[in-house]
Design a protein. Structure first.
Length: 646
């Protein structure tokens, strides 16, 4: 990989001191990114680098991350742009005296000038290595002969993920579809899992198409059994089309009736009934996807056509267990039910036992474990287990958005490796732009790093894809508060509560209550938190106790602390959780001791909660500052300190 600073010679002639300062800045951005992608710096070329990688994929991922970082830098300094061109080639080299030589090096250097400022170009050899492993669009260039290179060589331009997302204003919007929950009309009501799982799988299959936007599962699930018209649903979800239907399963026979409806005219775009054996369910999914793409005039890439024809497993017992795992893992009560959590884990484990090459089952189980943990295992063991699962999932399917999301979560929660986590989340989103959960986790990472403008962008995209999910909206209000934009936060908060008066879970309630307290609306805060007063769920109890302690009423917090000290809730609450509880109570010495214990135990609590209001009184404490430094997060906040109400 060769990098080159655009226009460096001219800028150095105009102002040498300024050009050199920007060159040093470029080095500070680019150099730290080589190692995470298994790159080895061979030499600096004055205004760029020559870098050798273990794989073509690693080189490309590193190049994309470099250009993303430079783009971010330029957005903050638009009057002092700093742009790079990058070229990548694969070939044999000889090493001598710490340098490398050979035709491959020369070819890489000749490819660089063909890249646009801020762009990346690849040789045909690199394209052959990566074309089926990345979601980036790779456009073949009509390139001139490369100087000093015999014969004509194919060169490809990488279309960056933001090049697709940041479409110019006025560009045509992509078609948007909502897949409503398929109705279960099987004689056995217990077959509901199959209808639910098939709905999820259709959403997943359609989400593979870059020319289509698919409304997320959380929002469409709210229309299960609805009497609303397609037109009303389309309006509420911002969808042009609605896919609906039913599933009837009797023994090994399957009848699936599906129809695609234009949400604006209520006209059928197509309808089909499939009478097949269960083993043909994947062919049905592929046919539905192709018919839908054709009806919506979505031109499929060759890789997309091939992708939907691939069977995720040839073992139907494995697939059935996988669908049961999906159903269990997505039930709303799973957060407060260790039994349901274990049921989901058991189903995914069975799917893997039935088919050890079922990549999706590995990825699903990994994400489930990272998000919810596992009842009978400590966190460190869960992370180790998830790491093995993700490794296997990516080995079996390197283009799995779900697996890259899990890999990002491992880097985020298991390793506190912000650079690698960001690269993985970006890859997950590039592979599946409709992966709202990956966007949400990415926004969470950006919040940790205080990159609030990017947080808002990701959350706004998530809200567009998942418009009825209040958690994204609560998170967006929080981002404005974190950035010190309390007036905007207050407006959004009032609108959120007005638009979604009943669709608020325990986590969102605590978040909304804190946000109301944050902007000084204490009565609204108390009203919002009140439903959690009688809860028995440990997590909800912690939320309520922390909030009430911040409001100057620590009685519940003291009771919860006493239960924890007596050995209660060990499987749900760690030292970091209780450390924050103590901070909310005003016991800052105990809070710091517990936070230090949490850090030694490898809990990821502090990076995710260090901006919380309860820690404001200890932000300047040297021990707290040292803890933040140890996990590489900023020690200051752009917002004003919060003070409890009188």
């Amino acid at each position: 990989m060769y990098t080159d600073v655009v226009g460096f010679t001219a800028s150095a002639q105009a102002n040498e001191a300024d050009a050199l300062a920007r060159l040093r800045e470029q080095e500070g951005i680019v150099r730290p990114l080589f190692e995470p992608f298994k790159g080895r710096e061979i030499k600096s070329t004055g205004d760029g680098f020559l870098v050798e990688f273990e794989s073509a994929l690693g080189a490309l991922e590193c190049a994309v991350e470099i250009q993303r970082r430079m783009r971010e830098r330029n957005s903050k300094k638009p009057r002092m742009p700093l742009e790079l061109r990058i070229g990548i080639h694969v070939g044999d080299v000889e090493e001598s005296g710490g340098d490398i030589f050979g035709d491959a090096v020369n070819v890489a250097s000749r490819i660089v000038p063909l890249a646009d400022p801020g762009g990346i170009c690849l040789s045909g050899q690199v394209f052959d290595h990566v074309q089926n492993k990345v979601a980036y669009q790779l456009d073949k260039l009509t390139a001139p002969p490369l100087k000093g290179v015999r014969g004509r060589m194919d060169v490809y331009r990488v279309v960056m993920p933001w090049g697709i997302e940041d479409r110019p204003e006025g560009a045509s919007a992509l078609p948007r579809i909502a897949v409503l929950p398929l109705a279960n009309i099987s004689p056995d009501p217990k077959d509901e899992y199959f209808a639910e799982g098939l709905t999820e799988e259709l959403i997943t299959v359609l989400s593979q198409f870059k020319g289509l936007r698919v409304v997320s599962r959380t929002s469409v699930n709210q229309y299960r059994g609805t009497s609303k018209s397609v037109a009303q649903i389309g309006t509420e979800l911002g969808a042009d089309s609605v896919l609906e239907g039913s599933v009837r399963k009797v023994g090994d026979q399957l009848r699936i009736a599906v129809q695609l409806i234009d949400a604006r005219t209520d006209e059928h775009r197509w309808a089909q009934t499939y009478d097949r054996k269960l083993e043909n369910v994947f062919a049905i999914q592929a046919d539905v996807a192709e018919r839908t793409a054709s009806a919506l005039k979505v031109e499929l890439l060759r890789s997309e056509r091939e992708g939907i024809q691939e069977r995720p497993t040839s073992n139907f017992a494995a697939y059935e267990a996988y669908l049961r795992g999906i159903q269990a893992s997505q039930r709303s009560e799973i957060l407060s039910s260790p039994e349901l959590n274990q049921e989901a884990v058991s189903h995914f484990e069975k799917a893997i036992r039935e088919d050890p090459r079922f990549a999706a089952a590995y990825a699903r189980l990994a994400n489930h474990l990272i998000t919810l943990g596992e009842v009978n295992r400590p966190w460190a063991d869960v992370i180790a287990w998830a790491r093995d699962l993700v490794s296997k999932a990516l080995e079996l399917d390197p283009s799995s958005s779900e697996a890259h999301m899990a890999q990002g979560n491992l880097a985020l929660q298991g390793d506190l490796d912000w650079i690698r986590a960001e690269a993985e989340f970006q890859q997950s989103i590039a592979l599946n732009p409709s992966n709202t959960l990956a966007r949400s986790w990415y926004a969470f990472l950006l919040e940790i790093l205080q990159r609030y403008g990017e947080v808002k962008k990701q959350l706004q995209a998530a809200i567009e894809q998942d418009p009825l999910n209040t958690e994204h909206r609560v998170f967006l209000v929080n981002a404005h508060c974190s950035a010190g934009e309390l007036e905007t936060a207050g407006t959004l908060l009032d609108q959120l509560v007005k638009d979604f008066p009943v669709n608020v879970n325990a986590w969102s309630r605590e978040g909304l209550a804190l946000l109301y307290a944050w902007i000084g609306k204490t009565p609204d805060a108390m009203r919002m938190i009140e439903p959690l007063a009688s809860t028995t769920d440990v997590g909800s109890r912690l939320y309520h106790a922390q909030f009430m302690a911040l409001m100057g009423r620590p009685e519940e917090a003291r009771a919860l602390l006493a239960e924890w000290e007596a050995g209660g809730f060990a499987e749900r609450l760690g030292a970091g959780d209780i450390g924050e509880l103590c901070a909310c109570m005003g016991d800052y010495e105990r809070a710091l001791v517990l936070l230090e214990q949490s850090a030694r135990q490898g809990e990821p609590t502090l990076p995710f909660h260090y901006q919380d209001l309860g820690f404001d009184p200890v932000r300047d404490d040297p021990r707290f500052v040292a803890l933040l430094k140890s996990v590489n997060v900023p020690s200051t906040l752009p917002r004003p300190r919060w003070h409890p109400p009188d």
